[in-house]
Ligand binder design. Sequence first.
Ligand code: ADP
Length: 438
Amino acid sequence: MLDVRWKAFLLFCAFSVICVFLWFIAGEKIALVTFCSGLLVYLARHIYWLYQLQKWFKKPHVNNIPEGAGVWEDVFTALLKYERNNQKNQTQLSESLERFSLATTAMPDGLVILSASNEIEWCTPHAENQLGLNLAQDKHLPIVNLIRDSHFIAYLYNGDFDTPFKLKSWRNPELTLEILLIPFANNQKLLISRDTTQLEKVETMRRDFIANVSHELRTPLTVVGGFLETLSDMEGAIPAQIKHYFAMMEEQTVRMRRIIEDLLTLSTIESNAETPENIEINMPSLLQSMQNDALSLSQSLYKSKHDVHLDADPQLYINGAQEELRSALSNLVSNAVRYTPKGGELWLSWQRIDGNAVFAVRDTGIGIASEHIDRLTERFYRVDRGRSRETGGTGLGLSIVKHILIRHQAKLEITSALGAGSTFRVIFPKSRVVTHSL
Ligand code: ADP
């Protein structure tokens, strides 16, 4: 099919030929008048259809596109086709949007889209209920004006969205929410709020149950342990042939008591998200005492001392809960001793790396196969039960370490290979670091 340019050109040529023909039969005046009148009519028709097009643009609708004539017929037919396609795409788009909106409404989680400057752009009805928002009124308002929890604000501006944030609803204190922020596109964020009230209740029940059971067991166990100790101390009270049974019973009672103490420690730490104190800790001196403890432990376990090296930055202190951190870091050091056979070496280090404070304990011990590493901080997870028991382990040490570190916003990194020793690193954030002048 010819395009508009060709059609106009051919029309012009045909008309010119007619005028030249007229020139020969009717003279030049008639031919010139006819040519000019033809051009005027042609121009008037264009102006007319341009006007029709302009009129249509004022109320553009697929049903009232003018039909046009000549080249304008082609223009309006193309416009009609374009409009029909457009309408089809729009219908498809609104159907998809409708489906998306129905799907997000059906989701039990709330969704909020935040702009680069953390203003609310859109949210689902669940998010409105859970977070106390009203999209009609709150659109384009900064979310921090509506969720005023200081921890939430810190989480939002911190930029570390790897772990979800727990938020107690201020409208309904019974409601516990888990907030997850996912950055996308141009610094926008998707906020997902999940109602974890039920989960939280179950978790509290589990924690209370363990704490109660541990408490209930502690007293009878202390009594049994006390009697066993008294009997063992009484000269001639136990026949010689069963004396070693008593020694075994005493040993097991001590083990059970240690497990119960660890369980109680774990449930106390787990139930408090906040650290009890936040004081400046003299880490170089703490590490010095841990080095001495490591030497005495290796002496008592192996009857010979490991080589324990220490390299600590004397000016590097941190803010935190002293007793908790002593217990967590000592646990890592005592593990290094317990899982490093006689004659092994240990390196304790305390350095500032990229502004963070990093504690590391490296040993030349038995090492850990890679498939176990991710599970070590689970309660009672032990690679070698026998060795753990022999060296007085409860299987709870690293769980306690993990929870203490979470309370200090610190991270635990484990690198190890079977038979090639292990390195446990604890990274404390910049916010906890204190530079102490000497
Ligand atoms: P346990 O009381 O059994 O030592 P932990 O929770 O402290 O329990 O440690 C869990 C498990 O991790 C241990 O049973 C042991 O298998 C492994 N582990 C911990 N530290 C080391 C280490 N330095 N070298 C080798 N294995 C280790």
